[in-house]
Design a protein around this ligand. Structure first.
Ligand SMILES: [Zn+2]
Length: 175
């Protein structure tokens, strides 16, 4: 912190104050420095640190929730990565839902129908829309991207998720 002599205006930079009493080295003027300034600085720092921490925790919670909603169980995982509203030449709005289906297993799977799921702010399902897969087979570790255009979202839609209609048996697996 900065300390200034009221008498001769000499400025001092003080890092560790052991007492609030100060004597000027130039003119010998004595005065005392108000303590609460330093404590307030610490309080401000602590408060902003708390705010930052809660912001980080909130962000993590949102991401985790989002992943829990968009990842379906099983060898194939569907997830929504983007939801964009576009307006065509006639001025009509469309919603473009983009995402991907990933095969996280060691087998080859046939790609099932994709369900786009509309959820409200409480996670209730408002509706589903079914799309045919753009690829037929997905190798181990393979990813297929999708981009589906919807004319409108159900009223109250807060989150858009993706599901796969059925879990298929691996291609060439046991009959
Ligand atoms: Zn002085």
């Amino acid at each position: 912190m900065k300390v200034k002599c009221d008498f001769c205006k000499t400025e001092y930079s003080v890092d560790n104050m052991t007492s609030s009493a100060v004597q000027c080295a130039v003119c010998g003027h004595r005065w005392s420095v108000a303590g609460p300034t330093r404590r307030n600085t610490w309080l401000m720092f602590f408060a902003s640190l708390c705010a930052l921490l809660s912001a980080i925790i909130f962000t993590i919670a949102v991401i985790t929730q989002h992943q829990a909603r968009t990842v379906s169980r099983g060898p194939l995982v569907a997830s929504v990565s983007s939801v964009e509203t576009i307006t065509d030449a006639e001025g009509v709005s469309h919603i473009v839902v983009g995402g991907s289906i990933t095969n996280i297993s060691d087998d080859i799977y046939g790609v099932p129908d994709l369900m786009i799921v509309f959820l409200d702010s409480d996670g209730r399902v408002l509706g589903r829309q079914k799309f045919m897969p753009s690829a037929t087979l997905l190798d181990s570790g393979g990813v297929v991207n999708f981009n589906h255009v919807l004319s409108a979202l159900p009223a109250g839609t807060k989150t858009i998720s993706a599901e796969l209609s059925d879990l298929e048996t691996p291609v060439g697996g046991e009959k």
